[in-house]
Design a protein. Structure first.
Ligand SMILES: *Cc1c(COP(=O)(O)O)cnc(C)c1O
Length: 230
């Protein structure tokens, strides 16, 4: 299967799941998680109409950026972002989806201020409260949102989450529902219901995520094939 065929299949699945949940397929943003796939693969996905591409490693993103891998589509940063690499991402990524600490917010504010621009972000919630994972704990989320709102060079567009990898389907659904509840609460209390993006769901669970209210999914393997780690 080609990348274009895979995208068509994922789009068809998204459309079915969206309709099932009483929503319009065109309200769903499909982000291709293109890590470990080269610039040619990224261009193929863009030609096939992917809505955005998402990278999770700064160095790889910078290299592919140089090769014009992302021309014609928005670029999202979706991975763990170290503070000392923030300068390489701010102003390059149209959306940083993985902002999960006060320190990172402060660093992004500084870098965006230097460029005299406003960086769009999503707050990331560590929904499984996993020790090794980044993201605000559910109990910290509102204070994270408050800190983000105070920053004049940051605009918060929504929430992103990745449930624990080992969760079974039922547990996974419960995590998605929890994220959605947090999103609605934060949106009402802090953002006058202006937040638009709820990013959850990957190759194995994007249909379930959509049924639980996601409107942005990040799909890698089902589009680009399996990744070969070396
Ligand atoms: C790699 C990645 C994905 C996509 O994972 P697949 O299971 O290959 O679809 C989604 N989100 C993030 C943050 C990722 O790093």
């Amino acid at each position: 299967m080609s990348i274009a065929e895979n995208i068509a299949q994922v789009r068809a699945n998204i459309a079915a799941a969206a309709r099932e949940a009483g929503r319009k397929p065109e309200e769903i943003t499909l982000v291709g998680a293109s890590k470990m796939n080269d610039a040619a693969a990224c261009r193929e996905a863009i030609a096939a109409g992917i809505d955005a591409l998402g990278e999770n490693r700064v160095q790889e993103m910078a290299a592919k950026f140089q090769e014009h891998a992302y021309d014609g589509a928005p670029l999202h940063f979706i991975g763990h972002l170290q503070r000392n690499k923030v300068r390489q991402v701010v102003g390059k990524a149209d959306l940083i989806q993985s902002v999960g600490s006060l320190e990172l917010l402060a660093e992004i504010e500084k870098a965006a201020g230097k460029q005299d621009m406003v960086q769009d972000i999503l707050l990331e919630v560590n929904i499984g409260e996993e020790g090794a994972k980044s993201g605000f704990l559910p109990a910290e989320l509102l204070s994270g949102a408050e800190a983000a709102l105070e920053k004049s060079h940051i605009r918060t567009l929504g929430l992103m989450a990745i449930p624990p990898a080992e969760a079974d389907r039922e547990e996974n659904l419960r995590y998605f529902d929890k994220v959605r509840a947090l999103f609605l609460d934060m949106n009402e209390k802090m953002f006058h219901n202006s937040l638009r993006i709820l990013s959850m769901g990957m190759s194995g669970d994007y249909e379930d995520a959509l049924r639980s209210g996601a409107n942005m999914v990040r799909v890698g393997t089902a589009i680009f094939g399996s990744r070969h780690y070396t």
